[in-house]
Design a protein around this ligand. Structure first.
Ligand code: ZN
Length: 195
């Protein structure tokens, strides 16, 4: 079952995710639903907050974005990032390595808003996966960008927070309209007794 994606204006997007202590059947099912939701929306990544649960959990699959290269290194060995997909990151920790570089980003919680965001080119990642295995790797390019975007979500940080002052001014009308639309949709749901 595909879940509905939370849009900008809902408070859960601003909540820091709770640490996950162990894998449970409920969590396994939730992870499957997150993948289904992400693929359905044609996203490269999805954070738990984006489907309404503030947890340290994100899913990614960058294979669709064939024109944007990624690098991946596990235990000093270079591997193909595509072979590492799909990817589940639980309680991730990241360390920036490369120089900050700008690159295009979008977000399923911000339909039709795309903007160049500056982030470190490569990162070191430590996390657990859905099998509760400890992962440790270095990555660059699109994968590093996607993981940093999702990691931010888990802290309640959104890509608009990383826009420059000029970009914020440029997108202000769209962001205000989106926020108003989300709040109106929530109010309507409440009136209809759905929430
Ligand atoms: Zn996002």
């Amino acid at each position: 079952m595909s879940l509905s994606v939370v849009k900008y204006g809902e408070l859960v997007l601003r909540q820091k995710g709770a640490r996950i202590e162990r894998m449970t059947p409920d969590l396994k099912k939730f992870i499957d639903q997150m993948f289904e939701t992400m693929y359905h929306a044609r996203g490269l990544g999805l954070a738990a907050q984006q489907v309404g649960r503030a947890l340290q959990l994100t899913v990614l699959d960058i294979r669709e974005a064939t024109g944007r290269p990624s690098t991946l290194e596990i235990e000093g060995k270079t591997v193909d990032a595509a072979d590492f997909m799909p990817l589940v990151l639980i309680n991730p920790e990241i360390k920036p390595l490369g120089e900050p570089v700008p690159g295009p980003e979008g977000c399923l919680s911000f339909p039709e808003i795309y903007c160049d965001i500056t982030r470190p080119e490569s990162i070191e990642v430590k996390a657990r996966n859905e099998k509760w295995e400890q992962l440790s790797f270095r990555c660059g390019g699109l994968l590093a960008r996607a993981i940093q975007h999702e990691y931010d979500h888990l802290q309640g940080i959104l890509f608009i927070d990383r826009m420059t002052r000029e970009q914020k001014a440029e997108f202000k009308p769209e962001l205000e309209a989106l926020q108003a639309e989300t709040k109106a949709a929530l109010a309507a749901k409440k009136r209809n007794g759905l929430q």
